[in-house]
Design a protein. Structure first.
Length: 331
């Protein structure tokens, strides 16, 4: 692994890069695959929603940020991956035609105590649109190889067990946020990460060797082709909407369906173990807090804890998110 090392970074350094122009076709294509909400899918339908216009999915904005990060901060090279995101905030919608750029500050540099071939670099990244307005901020850590230090051997990877994507057992009744109990858990079912999908997502948003090329991935510390962390997160969103679609159809038979709005961000996202090509990750979502919002009458803000577990029962993914959720029925 060459091209970028831990020693290339010093605290206080600021790295800028861009632009990347966002197209309406890209916004809609991503939404169709991972986040099929009306305000991401259709300009006309978006006018009748919480946000009032077509906007990009926040998960896609994170993907664009990753693409810019890899190009300008990693200089097109491959890192050693990231253990997670401390905090991410979506501050302003990304619109078709926006020209995104990044400003990345190096906050901390720390050599690993247990693995001498790598170090941890803490970053604070801001994604800006063409008017210089902040659309997303992110605080996170990335691992990089140490210069002149022999790499530890790649981990041994067993072939993934054959486990297909799985649906939850039954559709469930959806409730307005006021009536939804704290602690409510929704099984979102499973998503299978095929090699083709892993590489396609990486090509678009996270072009690092261990996501792009099965042969090259064998020579990295991961030992085999693995999914981008952002692919793992986007698949959670996909499973949320698939499950919610079944619940909406069930709920609509007897009464009004509570609506969801956009998310202001999340915290404590942890990629706890690699998601390898062939793995099936089963996701779940737990409501952990709620409050009615004063600025948006009729809406509340829900906090939710989310996890992903692979076919071997290992937790590979977790984060705490928030979303606007219709507080009570108008009926």
């Amino acid at each position: 692994m060459t091209g970028i090392t831990f020693e290339d970074f010093t605290p206080g350094r600021v790295i800028e890069g861009g632009p990347l122009t966002v197209t309406q076709a890209e916004i809609i294509a991503f939404a169709q695959e991972f986040d099929p909400q009306p305000f991401h899918l259709d300009p006309e339908a978006a006018k009748e929603t919480f946000v009032g216009q077509l906007i990009g999915s926040g998960w896609q904005t994170a993907g664009f940020g990753m693409r810019l990060l890899q190009k300008h901060v990693f200089r097109g090279a491959t890192s050693m991956g990231s253990p997670g995101i401390n905090e991410l905030r979506w501050l302003r919608p990304v619109l078709p035609g926006d020209r995104l750029s990044i400003s990345v500050r190096v906050d901390t540099c720390r050599a690993s105590n247990s693995k001498p071939d790598r170090g941890f670099v803490g970053f604070a990244m801001t994604v800006l649109n063409g008017d210089g307005e902040r659309v997303m901020t992110q605080i996170f850590t990335v691992m990089f190889p140490r210069r002149g230090v022999a790499s530890l051997p790649p981990r041994a990877v067993s072939p993934a067990d054959a486990v297909p994507s799985a649906e939850p057992d039954d559709a469930e009744q959806l409730h307005f946020l006021e009536a939804t109990p704290i602690g409510a858990v929704r099984d979102l079912g499973g998503h299978n990460f095929t090699p083709e999908a892993v590489m396609a997502f990486a090509q678009a948003y996270d072009p690092q060797a261990f996501h792009l090329d099965p042969e090259a991935a064998q020579h990295t510390h991961f030992g085999a082709l693995c999914a981008s962390g952002w692919h793992t997160a986007a698949a959670w969103m996909k499973r949320l909407h698939i499950t919610r679609g079944r619940d909406i159809a069930h709920t609509a038979k007897t009464g009004p369906v509570p609506q969801l709005g956009p998310s202001p961000g999340f915290r404590d996202m942890r990629w706890l173990a690699p998601v390898y090509a062939g793995d099936t990750i089963r996701y779940s979502c737990t409501l952990i807090d709620k409050r009615e919002t004063a600025s948006r009458p009729g809406w509340g803000l829900a906090s939710h804890q989310n996890t992903g577990v692979n076919q071997r029962g290992e937790k590979v993914f977790a984060f705490t998110g928030s979303v606007f959720w219709q507080w009570a029925s108008d009926a």
